[in-house]
Design a protein around this ligand. Structure first.
Ligand SMILES: O=c1ccn([C@@H]2O[C@H](COP(=O)(O)O)[C@@H](O)[C@H]2O)c(=O)[nH]1
Length: 238
């Protein structure tokens, strides 16, 4: 049964990345949370394992769900996929900005007539990437410049925001204004535990730099008390 009391509550700063292998362990974990604490993200691993079933379960529980499948394909394919995502009731969907203007415009057009269009955002440069790794792909420009160019292209294409590192948030906030969403993974409670992330920042600093939403997986899902960490972030303590 859809919990309609939660639908009009303002979104919280954290989007918890549910990087689990199956529905059972995900639902076990989610029992420790509630939709007033955070939003949820379903990415490639969990979606591949569970498909739309789990997305719809979590939407029915009253959660805003970010479907993080990072679409990157020809315009028609991405637009059609975004429409299906909208039908599932997701709150946010993403694609790679490097798919280009026509791809992003087609996606925006495809969801524009939906009764509840999801927020559409585009990944700039993955937060796991370093300057040297970006250069290996043939892009010999400073990361901030690539992120800025892709963010500007995303805005011009009619999307709601970008995925970037919090390290680029203050620059993008200055250039792109207050309304444009900056969704920032690579958030770490302690500098020493970066895992595979490379462009990281702490929650409080990221929000101060202009992040709209913090995407946090392991620092929450591997914590002994996930709800307590979320409360501390919501109260501006960490
Ligand atoms: O540039 C990006 C884009 C997406 N992600 C996703 O965010 C989470 C981060 O998880 P952590 O455990 O907090 O590192 C994960 O689901 C990624 O797929 C990203 O990290 N960087």
């Amino acid at each position: 049964m859809l919990d309609t009391t939660l639908i009009n509550q303002p979104a919280k700063p954290v989007i918890v990345a549910l990087d689990f292998a199956n529905a059972e362990s995900t639902l076990d974990f989610v029992q420790q949370l509630n939709p007033n604490l955070c939003q949820l993200k379903i990415g490639k691993e969990l979606f591949t394992a569970t498909g739309r079933y789990l997305v719809e379960q979590l939407v029915l529980q009253g959660y805003r769900v970010f479907l993080d499948l990072k679409y990157h394909d020809i315009p028609n394919t991405v637009a059609s996929a975004c429409k299906v995502a909208a039908d599932m009731g997701v709150w946010m969907v993403d694609m790679h900005a490097s798919g280009g203007r026509r791809m992003m415009e087609a996606a925006a057009e495809a969801v524009s007539n939906c009764s509840q269009p999801p927020l559409l955002i585009a990944v700039t440069v993955l937060t796991s990437m370093t300057q040297a790794e970006l250069a290996e792909t043939g892009l010999n420009l400073p990361i901030e410049e690539v992120v800025m160019r892709l963010a500007e292209l995303t805005r011009q294409s009619g999307l709601d925001g970008v995925v970037c590192s919090a390290q680029e948030a203050s620059l993008l906030r200055q250039q792109l204004g207050e309304e444009f969403l900056l969704v920032t993974p690579g958030i770490r409670l302690h500098d020493a535990i970066e895992d595979d992330q490379r462009r990281i920042m702490a929650p409080k600093a990221a929000l101060a730099a202009g992040s709209s939403y913090l995407v946090m997986g392991r620092p929450i899902t591997r914590n002994e008390n996930p709800a307590e960490v979320l409360l501390q972030i919501n109260n501006g303590l960490i």
